[in-house]
Design a protein. Sequence first.
Length: 230
Amino acid sequence: MIDIHTHLLPFVDDGSPNIETSIELIKDEIKQGVTDIFVTPHYFKHRGYLSPVVENVKIFYKLLEEVNNQNLEVNLYLGTEIYYNRHTVRDLEAGLTKTLGDSSYVLIEFSLYEEDEDIPEAINNLTAKGYIPIIAHPERYPYLIDIKYYTYLRRMGAKIQINASALIGDYGRKIKKFVLKLIKNNLVDFVASDIHDFRMSNLKKAYEVVESSFSKVKAEELFNNKTVLN
């Protein structure tokens, strides 16, 4: 499996407080069947998570060194989960934030409470510069409940990533039913863990939900989407 959304980089956000914790979380990911992990620390001004790429790279290589020292069979890539604002494109171009690995994909998130940004405008701003936006966990946005809106966003060029926790019911029965409906309508591109030290990986259980509800082919499509590796 490929996990495109994790908070495994230590010291920089609410994901992992130290390298030891990061290694334990990575080991858990491997147990889930994950072979490729994108480390995507928050870049979120209002929460004070502003570690730039140049600093993240230094920490990333220290983490990678420890992964190699422990002979953990996993591939790590660096990215950013960007809380979108009017400076997002500028920050990407300035190198303060980055895409997923060497790809053109950009993981972006929006408010968990109210629509404080024009999402179609955000998608347009990013695609106009050649980026491919992936909207992180939109099932957690209470204002994004219209299936037609998801269709519209994907037609604009956005991709949709849902959290594994939503599929196993951790966000409630209503949201589980909703994300299954999104999958049924082919409106989901990725399932990811969004793992923190307080949120363990549920990818294996979520994979089993998709496989039993739809098919193994659909589960592979969502949990092993290799487009981000190209």
